[in-house]
Structure formats: C-alpha cells, structure tokens
Design a binder for this molecule. Structure first.
Ligand code: CA
Length: 232
C-alpha cells in the first residue's frame, strides 16, 4: 500500500509518516500543494492524506484536481482539517474527499481511518475479480468465479496471486503492464510485494502453463517495461 501525505506542518507530517510506516505502509510525504499535484499526476497511490490549508494550492482545489484527472482519480482521499476549519469539511466531501480527520487526532484514530479506506480498496478489487467473466485465450481458459485454470484441456492449480496476475494480463492481451502497475492494481493490500516478487510469480506461472517455460508463448517479457499476454 502506497500512501501520499500532503501536510505543510513538519511535526504533523513526520509524526503521521513515521506512524504509518511503522504499520507497514509505504509513505511519500510532501509539504506543498504544487509538489503534491506533480506527484499525483505521475504516480498512483492507494490512499491520499490531504491537509486542508496548504501553501501553493489549498487542499480543496487539490482534491478537486485529483478527482478530475490523472492516475489517482479513484484513490480514497482522507482530509486533515483543523477544528476552526470545521465548516470546510462538508466542502471537502463536495470536492471528492472520502473521509476526514479533525486535528488534533490520535495515531490510533489515524490508523483506524486509513485502515478502513485500505480495506475498502481491497474488497473492491476482490469483488471486481469475483464478478469478472471467464476468458479463453490461446488454449488457456480462466474462470474467476471458480479460480480455475485449464491449459490445453488440463486443469492447472493456481494460488490466488498467480491467478490474479495471469487474469489481469490475459484480460487485456497485448497490453504492456509495468511492474509498478501490476503492484498497484493487483497487490493493493500488501506492502511487502515488490517488482521482484512479480518476476518470481511470472516465473511460477510460466512453469505451470507454458509448454516450454524457457521460451514463453503466453506471458511475454517486454524488456525494460514489464509483461504482456501474447495477442498474436
Ligand atoms: Ca496546513
């Protein structure tokens, strides 16, 4: 789980960051609204913590900008507001915030709110997969409801992670998935997964489905970029 913390008060920023890092989240923190906007246009985050009063641009405009364009359009936003800004909370919801915390807040409260937002993402991802349709590509048939895989007529057991990765690639054959994108889309709930874990997983899937794992026909490596499912 990658979190973005946008907060100009150094004490709060560092406290929030070190606390959430101690809970296993990967955190990026910035003090300025313009820096935050640059970042959200370049990198997907799982949850964004957004201070309402910021130099550069205010939290509400930033909230609206995140919702309107770019890679974080659907990322949950937790607004951080001071008590005197209470009236702005409702405005925050209007601009697309998902929840808010009033300062001063306890670390326990912070964990609870962030935890609730990340659980929601995980559930959505699993729901989407459960509702997804079976697909068949080049002799490989994937059924998400039963999490079953048949390769050239033979049932092949898969772990949930293997299945998710294979399904994601096979659902859009020919489309290149970077490791970052696969991490963000498939492993949203798990901070311990890295680009290298994806390579390992691809190797395991190839051993299971490829006639010759050393010369893959299904999951192709795109050098320097990532992976794609063969589309020709
Ligand atoms: Ca502030």
């Amino acid at each position: 789980m990658a979190l973005l913390i946008v907060e100009d008060e150094p004490n709060i920023r560092e406290l929030v960051r070190s606390h959430l890092e101690s809970e296993g989240y990967e955190c990026v923190s910035v003090a300025d609204g313009r820096d935050a906007l640059d970042l959200v246009n370049r990198q997907p985050f799982d949850v964004i913590l957004l201070d309402l009063m910021l130099p550069g641009t205010d939290g509400l405009s930033l909230c609206r900008a995140i919702r309107n364009e770019g890679r974080n359009r659907e990322a949950p936003i937790l607004m951080l507001t001071a008590r005197r800004e209470e009236g702005d909370k409702l405005a925050g919801f209007d601009h697309g915030a998902d929840d808010y915390l009033t300062k001063p807040f306890s670390m326990k409260e912070l964990s609870a709110r962030v935890g609730a937002l990340t659980r929601r993402i995980r559930r959505t991802t699993l729901d989407r997969l459960a509702a997804a349709r079976p697909i068949a590509m080049k002799g490989v048939r994937l059924d998400p409801a039963r999490r079953s895989v048949r390769v050239r007529g033979v049932d092949v057991p898969m772990t949930p992670h293997e299945f998710r990765l294979l399904y994601r690639l096979a659902f859009n054959p020919g489309e290149v998935f970077t490791r970052e994108r696969l991490l963000a889309e498939i492993w949203q709930g798990e901070a311990f997964v890295t680009g290298r874990s994806i390579d390992t997983l691809v190797r395991r899937i190839r051993l299971k489905i490829e006639p010759d794992p050393a010369a893959p026909r299904y999951i192709l490596t795109v050098w320097g970029d990532g992976y794609k499912f063969a589309d020709d």
